[in-house]
Design a protein around this ligand. Sequence first.
Ligand SMILES: NC(=O)c1ccc[n+]([C@@H]2O[C@H](COP(=O)([O-])OP(=O)(O)OC[C@H]3O[C@@H](n4cnc5c(N)ncnc54)[C@H](O)[C@@H]3O)[C@@H](O)[C@H]2O)c1
Length: 502
Amino acid sequence: MELNTKSDDLLIGVVGGGAMGQGIVQVSLEGGMKVVLFDAKPESANHAKDLIFGRLERNVEKGRLEKNVLENIKQNLILAKDFSEFKKCDVVIEAVFEDIEVKLDVFKEIENWVAPNCIIASNTSSLPIASLGRYCEHQNRFAGLHFFNPVPLMRLVEVIKGPSTDDWVIEGLTNLGKRMGRTPVVVRDAPGFLVNTGGRAFTTEALHILHEGVANPAEVDAVMRDCAHFRMGPFELMDLTGVDINYPASLIMHEQNSYDPRIRTVPYHKSLFDAGRFGRKTGQGNYRYNSDGEMIDAPSPDYEVKGEGAEKIVLLSEHDIFSDIFAGCNMTASDDDISPIVVSLLGTDCATFASINQLDHRRLVAIDTTGDLSRRVTLMTSPGSNLENLDAVAGLICNNGRKVTAIKDSPGFISQRIRAMIGNLGCEMANIQLASPEDIDLAMRLGLNYPMGPLEIIDDLGVKDAFGIMQTMQEITGDDRYRPSPWLRRRALLGLSAYTSA
Ligand SMILES: NC(=O)c1ccc[n+]([C@@H]2O[C@H](COP(=O)([O-])OP(=O)(O)OC[C@H]3O[C@@H](n4cnc5c(N)ncnc54)[C@H](O)[C@@H]3O)[C@@H](O)[C@H]2O)c1
C-alpha cells in the first residue's frame, strides 16, 4: 500500500478546529490539498475558517499568495457536520483536546467511516502513540503527526512510528508533511517524542546551576546567549513558555523516562510553580515583568571590576584566544608565588584541580574556553579564594573589551556544562534509536531554535573533551545525571564523530 501524496485529489480530514487544527488546515490548503474540517462545536469550525482565510488574505496583501490561488484554496475547505464526511479521506489528522478518552472516542468515530487504508494520525504532544492506537481496528495505519505551534511558522513536524505502524504509513506521512511545506523527521514512539525530550537538558541543567548557588538566572542567561549563541537564555525561556507548563511537563517527562536523573528538575522549579510565579503571564517568574510584559529590575550579569587589571599572570593552559584576552599583560608559565594563576578547565572544578596539581587555590582563577569568548568570558574561583586575583584577571579581560561573569566553584562552568548536557542527551537519543543523528539535530534546531543540534555541539566541543567533561562531572558530583551516554563513550574512545552511526 502507499499514499499518493502527489495526487490533486488528496483529501485530508482534520478533527478539531483549535489552535493546532487551524494551522494544520492552513498548511494543507497551502499545499494544494482538499480539507474536511470537523469540530464538535460548529461555531469553533466557523471561527477556524474565518481565521485561516483571514491569514491567507493577509498573505495576498503582502504579495506572498496570488489572489486567484486564494479563491481556489477557499473552494477546497469543507466544514463537516459529522464524521460521515470523512468517508473519502486519504488521511485524517486528529487535533482535539489532550485527553486520552476524548481522543479514543474520536478514533472510533473515524474508523467507523473511513476506508481501511486511510491513514489516521494524532497530533498529540504527550500521549503515547501506542496507547492511542490500541483500540483501533487497523493499528497498522495509525501514527503520530506532531506539529508545532504556530503551525504555519514552525517548519518541523515529527512523524511518530508506533509499535504497529506500517512503513508505508510513515513514508506517506513524511511525504504529506513535505507537501504541507514542513520538514518532517521520523521519530520512534517514546515519551515526549524527540523535541520535548531533547529540550529537557537546557532548562533543567540551568536550574541545577541555580540550585547549587553557582550563578543567578541573569548570569546563566547572559552566558548562554553570548558564549553559546542561544537566542534566549534558559530562565527567560522558562518565563516565556510559563512555569505552569514547563514544571508539570518536567515531572511527566521524568516519570515517563523511568526517572532518568538526566532530565530531573530541582525543588526551586516546584517553588515557582507553587507560588504561582509562572513567568511573563503572571508578572513574575525567574524575573519580574511590567504590565507590558517587559522585564524589570533584572540584576546585571556582569562582574564589576574594582581595581586595576593584572600586570602579570601565571598561565597554565594554552589557547589561541589568550593572546587577545590577556593582551597587555606579562604571561608566564611558571609560578612566581604572587600572581594570579589562570587555567582553562574541562569538567572539573577549581578545588579538585588545585588539590590534584598542588596549586595555591587562593590565587587560582579558572576560565571556560569552550564556546564564543568574543563578548563574554566566564571565570570561576575556589572557595576561600583571594578575590583580588579574580578582580585582577577580570579587570584585564574587561580592559580587552569583554564582559566577565564570575561564578562559584563547580564542575563545568555554565556554557560548557549545559552544552555538554544537551549533547549527551542528544547522544542518548541516538543511542536508543529515537531518530537518526541528523534528524535529532534538525529537529532540535527547527523545533527549539537551537543554534546547533546536540550532536553538532558534541563535535564542536570535541567528542573526547565532551566525554571527559561528562565523566568528570559525574565523578565530582557522584550524580548519575551526568553519566555519559554509551553513544558518546564509544565514539570518544575510537576518535569518531558524534554522527558516526554505523
Ligand atoms: N497548542 C500547542 O502548542 C500544541 C502543540 C503541539 C501539539 N498540540 C496538541 O494538539 C492537540 C490540540 O491542541 P490545541 O491547542 O489545538 O487545542 P484547542 O483547545 O485549541 O482545540 C481543540 C479543539 O478540539 C475540539 N474538540 C474537542 N473534542 C472534540 C471532539 N470529540 N470532536 C471534534 N472536535 C473536538 C474543540 O472544540 C476545540 O476546538 C492536543 O492534542 C495538543 O496536545 C498542541
